[in-house]
Ligand binder design. Structure first.
Ligand SMILES: [Zn+2]
Length: 412
């Protein structure tokens, strides 16, 4: 089977290269350093025997594993991203390997008393006896999504070394800048040429996701009128008070801290105020398309009502759609989810199918014509110092990729 030390070595070779992305940069990739891993991946893909290995001017990598059967099989793809989140530093990652995890506290950093504890992260307990890779407490790990890359490369290598496993043509794609929401932006779906694909970018073992939020951002600007406070009676209009009216008119229980599963929300993500002007930054999220539309409409109606009440245009609102629920695009081709589920069951992995409370590159790709559910990559506690990944989960994810390739070739 897939060799454990080989997976560990490959994963560590990726996470020790800093590839943090930067939302304030306009270039692609957003940071120059992402090229370092990108170039290394191109070399490695060529070395393991992948065909048509390419990297474009934006650092998008693609490669092909040719079919080894005579009959026609749909071309499928696997996608992951090599950047890491700007939420926490990815420089000088020093992975620690915890063999045969005993279910107790893991000291990440004794000096600073940074502890990864099952008291806080009870998911740890399901990995007793397994090999965990953690940080040293000072950086994130980058299992999001270098675990995904490890698994895809390892699966391709395995299939190349085991020609007795029959499969159709497989395309793989690695992108920069997923963490700043741009991973799919410059992905050339036509060049990729797959009928469908999977992002290997989920969290715990078994996760399989094909529903995500519909998402929009709203900027609400409220105009006040500043007058000397000593002589302001009947003249001064304080934009911050009107902002509070706006905020309080939205349902207070429909916020991220009060919702779960399929419940949508309005989230006040930022607020900047003075008497003269207050700006509110909202994000709007809902799985249901009609509810999503109703939320946007509610904010517009509220703007209209306040302007009517104040008899002038005190509030303006700008709403921009960000991404949509991929369910729309996946349901008509539900067999692609079924195959992933079947692959997991064949490997004794219990599929955990649940809606994502966020978006993935796959949701954008699905709307660009490449239906793309998300499969677990194995890591936990992404984007921070408590991030960890069980090696056994990476091995299982690698096996899932191989199994999907095999199953697709069996279906006629
Ligand atoms: Zn990710």
């Amino acid at each position: 089977m897939i060799e454990k030390q080989h997976i560990i070595d490959r994963f560590i070779s990726y996470v020790t290269i800093d590839t943090e992305s930067d939302p304030n940069s306009e270039t692609t990739p957003s940071t120059e350093k992402q090229w370092n891993l990108a170039h290394a991946l191109v070399k490695e893909l060529t070395a393991i025997g992948m065909k048509e290995v390419s990297i474009d001017q934006n650092a998008y990598i693609m490669a092909t594993l040719p079919s080894n059967v005579d009959h026609k099989v749909p071309v499928i793809g696997f996608v992951s991203h090599f950047d890491t989140s700007p939420d926490f530093t990815g420089a000088n990652v020093k992975p620690q390997i915890i063999e045969n995890y005993d279910g107790k506290d893991i000291i990440l950093n004794a000096e600073e008393d940074i502890i990864l504890s099952p008291d806080l992260f009870d998911d740890l307990l399901q990995y007793k006896g397994q090999t965990l890779i953690t940080t040293d407490g000072n950086t994130l790990l980058g299992a999001d999504d270098k675990a995904g890359i490890t698994e895809i490369v390892s699966a391709m290598e395995y299939l190349i070394k085991h020609p007795e496993i029959k499969h159709g043509e497989i395309r793989i794609g690695f992108t920069p800048d997923e963490e700043i929401g741009r991973g799919a932006h410059k992905f050339d779906v036509e060049k990729f040429g797959a009928e469908w694909a999977y992002t290997m970018d989920g969290s715990q073992i078994g996760e399989l996701e094909y529903e995500n939020f519909n998402a929009a951002g709203a900027t609400v600007k409220i105009k006040g009128k500043i007058v000397h406070p000593g002589y302001a009676k009947g003249k001064l209009i304080n934009s911050m008070y009107i902002a509070t009216e706006f905020i309080n008119s939205l349902p207070m229980l429909e916020t991220p801290e009060h919702t779960e599963d399929y419940q949508g929300f309005f989230h006040l993500a930022g607020m900047q105020g003075s008497v003269e002007e207050t700006v509110l930054k909202y994000i709007i999220r809902d799985h249901d398309e009609n509810h999503f539309k109703a939320r946007k409409e509610a904010m517009r109606q509220l703007t209209f009502d306040l302007n009517t009440q104040y008899e002038r245009e005190v509030v303006t609102i700008e709403i921009k759609d960000q991404y949509f629920n991929m369910k729309e695009k996946i349901e008509p081709v539900m067999h692609i989810v079924d195959i992933a589920e079947e692959a997991m069951m064949a490997l004794n992995i219990k599929p955990i199918i649940k809606p994502i409370r966020g978006g993935t590159d796959g949701s954008q790709l699905s709307y660009m014509g490449l239906p793309c559910p998300n499969i677990f990559a194995g890591g936990h506690n992404f984007h921070g110092r408590y991030e960890y990944v069980p090696v056994e989960s990476m091995i299982k994810a690698t096996a899932v990729i191989c199994k999907i390739a095999e199953l697709v070739a069996l279906k006629k």
